[in-house]
Design a protein around this ligand. Structure first.
Ligand code: HEC
Ligand code: HEC
Ligand code: HEC
Ligand code: HEC
Ligand code: HEC
Length: 174
């Protein structure tokens, strides 16, 4: 009887570990298809732009926000930006703008609907660097297609415990 129980517990642990490993593999794999515009973070950060120039609400709202097509075109015109890659991309941007369409980016960092997360809280109040949660975005020469730092409940809770912030289920699950 006791041995059977141990066997069952052992099996449950094995199945759990296999499921966990499968989920971790899924996290390592690219989460989205390559967006159609070859946007390089590196060129922009090297040119001196800060993260919140483009992710304009990261310090004031829950959502960090993405630039609109008009923002790309207006800034390039204003700074007289001119590179071979830009020459290739600009017609695509102009076409989208003339159709009043936005670029088809897919969100890579996303929490499920039952989790509440606020950028303002972490960027402005907790004064955390974007890098802590998003890694080396500034080095990317092509769009973000995978999480450099994986989002997981364990990561959220570990930091909260270290910084003596609430780990109450209902703080994050509302
Ligand atoms: C606040 C200003 C600003 C905004 C907003 C902006 N860019 Fe740029 N972009 C620049 C600067 C500065 C450069 C570098 C130009 C140079 O070196 O001549 C650049 C260069 C580029 C290049 C060429 C990169 C290379 O390595 O050759 C691409 C492609 C590009 N931007 C796409 C975009 C897209 C797409 C958007 C909107 C989603 C955007 N940019 C928004 C300022 C901006
Ligand atoms: C404490 C961790 C943490 C920090 C610090 C953080 N983020 Fe995020 N970020 C997240 C999480 C979690 C999501 C997914 C949120 C969701 O699904 O609503 C996310 C999503 C995003 C997104 C896509 C969705 C959106 O909100 O627009 C962008 C862009 C982004 N972050 C940029 C930034 C920038 C720029 C900074 C620094 C100014 C920053 N983040 C700081 C954890 C963080
Ligand atoms: C010139 C505008 C611009 C600047 C400056 C900029 N970003 Fe972005 N960011 C974008 C655009 C456009 C996207 C969507 C395309 C992509 O994924 O690369 C994006 C995507 C992201 C994403 C992925 C969002 C998601 O979940 O899909 C993160 C994270 C992010 N940026 C963080 C940063 C950080 C951190 C910095 C500063 C080091 C920064 N960005 C600077 C324009 C910018
Ligand atoms: C690297 C550390 C760190 C990580 C990672 C982190 N947080 Fe936080 N979080 C903080 C700090 C510090 C505060 C307190 C900020 C303040 O209000 O002063 C906070 C506050 C919060 C609050 C408000 C709590 C309250 O008192 O009501 C929520 C909700 C929250 N975080 C959710 C999340 C979620 C969801 C994640 C994971 C996706 C996450 N956090 C990841 C550091 C972190
Ligand atoms: C600091 C924020 C935070 C706290 C506190 C927190 N969670 Fe979570 N929880 C998350 C995030 C983020 C996810 C989504 C993780 C992912 O996408 O893999 C999650 C996912 C879950 C899930 C879905 C299963 C899964 O792994 O995807 C369950 C169930 C859950 N949490 C239960 C709880 C319970 C019970 C508590 C209290 C003991 C709790 N959570 C406390 C942030 C938190």
């Amino acid at each position: 009887m006791r041995e059977r129980l141990l066997l069952l517990v052992g099996l449950a642990v094995l199945v759990g570990a296999a499921l966990y490993a499968a989920r971790e593999r899924a996290r390592q794999a690219p989460l989205v298809v390559q967006p159609s515009i070859p946007f390089p973070h590196k060129t922009h950060v090297d040119a001196g732009l800060t993260c919140t120039t483009c992710h304009a609400t990261a310090d004031s709202q829950s959502f960090a926000g993405l630039p609109a097509v008009r923002d790309c075109l207006d800034c390039h015109a204003a700074v007289g930006a001119d590179t071979p890659l830009l020459a290739q991309v600009t017609p695509q941007l102009e076409q989208a703008a003339s159709r009043k369409e936005e670029l088809p980016w897919k969100q890579v960092y996303q929490v499920p609907a039952h989790v509440y997360f606020s950028h303002q809280r972490h960027v402005t109040l907790a004064r955390l660097d974007c890098e802590v949660c998003h890694g080396q975005v500034k080095k990317l020469t092509s769009p973000v297609v995978r999480q450099d730092v994986a989002i997981s409940m364990e990561r959220c809770v570990t930091c909260h415990q270290q910084q003596r912030v609430t780990a109450d289920c209902l703080a994050c699950h509302r």
